[in-house]
Ligand binder design. Structure first.
Ligand SMILES: NC(=O)CC(=O)C(=O)O
Length: 279
């Protein structure tokens, strides 16, 4: 019998400057989410290090030969759940370049996918926020989707959510959900966080989940929090405020199919008109 529902958990982790502490806490929270029935467990962007260009070099690890991969692989196996391992600063073993990278594990603890943030967070809103990830990071060059017994799932990291093409391609390739480990901030969070998630979900009739670190007002970057799960109708089905928390939602494939059959965008698209303007 195919499984038609499963529980997702997004762990809004309180991240400190102590990497071992972050890893220990992430593992404990994964076990807690698994005990509560979660089969797909998501961690936040930069879950093993503070978020900031000044930290990436110091906290960077090789993938798969690093301690964060070891911890997440063990956690996935013990929890018997898929883990979307937020992101960590990654150093490529060959080129030595740095990336903001999400690693994904199956319930046997195998590393099954790796997503390097494709769109780097370079913004300048004068007097409010300036952030230049490209000062220290290189962008990834591929889109990431992986198969589970529940369906295909796509991954993006934070700023990637602003580029609708990514979620659209995932949906066209058959993904039931896009998952974004992310860390918006006190300027862009209230402006765009919820709207972007609901837009990606509604346009593509897929589930969308985001997982943020908890807010720390003593950190150099103050995360917005508000980790959220949105259904294929664009409705919020789980969310929270900015403190440490774990949110849970049921991903229901019957509901996914029902929404798509009721408003059948997939068979109504006019690809004959879209060619040549996609760029
Ligand atoms: N931190 C990010 O990558 C993106 C973000 O905060 C925003 O798009 O706003």
């Amino acid at each position: 019998m195919t499984t038609t529902t499963f529980k997702i958990a997004c762990i809004q982790l309180s991240v400190t400057s102590d990497k071992s502490e972050n890893l220990k806490k992430a593992k404990n929270k994964i076990m807690e989410a698994s005990k509560n029935g979660a089969k797909l467990i998501v961690l936040p962007e930069c879950f093993n290090s503070p978020y900031g260009t000044q930290y990436f070099d110091q906290y960077a690890e090789f993938i798969p030969n690093g301690e964060s991969v070891k911890t997440l692989s063990e956690a996935a196996k013990e929890a018997k759940a898929y883990i979307i391992g937020g992101s960590i600063p990654e150093r490529d073993e060959t080129t030595k370049k740095l990336y903001n990278t999400c690693s994904v594990y199956d319930p046997e603890g195998n590393l099954i996918a790796k997503h390097r943030k494709v769109h780097l967070f370079d913004i300048d809103i004068p007097g409010r926020i300036t952030f230049q990830e490209s000062k220290t990071l290189d962008p990834g060059n591929s889109l990431t989707h992986f198969d589970t017994e529940y369906g295909k799932i796509g991954v993006g990291i934070c700023y990637d959510i602003r580029f609708p093409e990514m979620a659209m391609i995932a949906a066209r390739k058959g993904c039931i959900a896009m998952i974004y480990p992310a860390a918006f901030n006190l300027i862009t969070g209230p402006l765009h966080w919820e709207l972007l998630q609901r837009a990606r979900a509604l346009d593509n009739q897929i589930y969308v989940a985001t997982c943020s670190p908890a807010r720390d007002m003593n950190a150099t970057y103050n995360a917005w929090g508000h980790s959220t799960v949105v259904d294929p109708n664009g409705q919020i089905v789980a969310t929270t405020d900015y403190e440490e928390d774990v949110i849970y939602a049921e991903i229901d494939l019957n509901r996914f199919n029902h929404i798509r059959e009721s408003i059948p965008l997939n068979i109504q698209r006019r690809f004959d008109l879209y060619t040549n303007v996609a760029k």
